[in-house]
Design a protein around this ligand. Structure first.
Ligand code: UDP
Ligand code: MG
Length: 327
């Protein structure tokens, strides 16, 4: 048992939960977080624990539930985004709010796939001096074969391309206030939090847990969104695909020189090239290579376009602060 009651002011910890159409899980999530926060407050006499639910423009009763929970529980509050800004932006909204009001924030998904029982260990590491504590999945027994393997492949690819991410870590983590304030200084609009947080440095620690199946409701990440997120992860952190294109271009140019020399020699010595098949194939191949390259460059150009617009990340439509935290 760690006693921090000697410190002059109580430490405040906020659990930030992004919620998009989560009416079927929210009450259960809250009751589990509530049990946890009570046991934490018992253990650490000088620790205040609150929850902030960020409604990411849900179309179901999510916001009503959040308002109701906030009315009944003094340490619960919520932010309501004006539209569906996406998981990462919703998380950003919550963390930004936390960065100005509390000493540390833990981000966790609403569906309870991440084991809340890892939180006490995170808190312990934080009180022991860590600024960032990553929740890392031990294994993925509940994921489908497809999701498990594509995810592993993706982490490896991302690493190879130079993006530093923690293997098997999603967005379940604790961040101290100074880590949060540092994060808030990143101006980019394309946020891939697990990569950005890694860049912050400070004292980083890990906590391991088992991932459970979704408690209720459906995944808000269909394949289409997962793919978009995956591409975002790579293009936000690595310019190596651009370099690869350049090398590919140089290699192909070299090959085509050889082919030209060969063709000229054959012509000079009277060999008639019999096949147009090979020609056709190379034309197709080059067309494909060029198009792919242009496409990849296009992705980066698109990102630059989005960044230079400097659009606001989200708008707040409504909010209820947990009691004791300023508006
Ligand atoms: N989420 C969100 N906005 C979105 C999509 C998802 O805030 O546009 C939230 C969702 O409510 C959940 C978390 O992000 O708390 C992760 O989503 P989900 O569990 O559906 O993803 P999965 O675990 O299937 O990858
Ligand atoms: Mg989930």
């Amino acid at each position: 048992m760690t006693d921090i009651s000697h410190s002059a002011t109580a430490r405040r910890l906020l659990i930030v939960v992004p919620c998009y159409n989560e009416e079927s899980v929210l009450r259960e999530t809250h009751s589990r977080l509530d049990v946890l926060s009570k046991s934490l407050s018992e253990k650490y006499s000088d620790l205040w624990v609150g929850m902030l639910y960020v409604d990411d423009g849900s179309s179901d009763a999510t916001w009503q539930i959040i308002s109701d929970l906030s009315g009944k529980n003094p340490q619960a509050g919520g932010l309501r985004l004006a539209h569906n800004a996406g998981h990462q932006q919703a998380l950003w909204a919550g963390l930004e709010w936390a960065s100005q009001r509390v000493d540390a924030a833990i981000s966790i998904d609403a569906d309870l796939q991440d084991d809340v029982n890892a939180i006490p260990e995170m808190v312990e590491k934080w009180l022991g001096g860590a600024d960032i504590v990553y929740g890392v999945r031990r294994d993925r027994p509940t994921d489908t074969f497809f999701k498990k393997h594509t995810a592993q492949l993706y982490y490896k690819l991302l690493r190879k391309l130079g993006g530093d991410v923690v293997y098997n870590h999603a967005d379940y983590r604790l961040m101290s206030r100074r880590a949060l304030s540092a994060l808030m200084q990143y101006p980019e609009r394309n946020v891939f939090l697990r990569g950005m947080v890694r860049l912050l440095g400070f004292n980083q620690e890990y906590v391991y847990y088992d991932r459970a199946p979704r408690f209720a409701g459906e995944s808000k990440y269909p394949l289409r969104r997962m793919l978009a997120f995956a591409v975002d992860g790579i293009t936000s952190f690595s310019v190596r695909p651009l370099l690869l294109i350049t090398w590919l271009g140089i290699a192909i140019t070299f090959c085509s020189f050889c082919a030209i020399v060969y063709a000229l020699l054959s012509y000079a010595f009277g060999h008639v090239l019999p096949g147009w098949t090979s020609l056709l194939i190379s034309v197709w191949f080059l067309g494909g290579a060029v198009l792919t390259s242009v496409g990849i460059i296009g992705i980066y150009v698109g990102k630059i376009y989005q960044e230079v617009k400097r659009r606001p990340r989200y708008f707040l439509a409504d909010r209820v602060s947990p009691q004791g935290l300023s508006e």
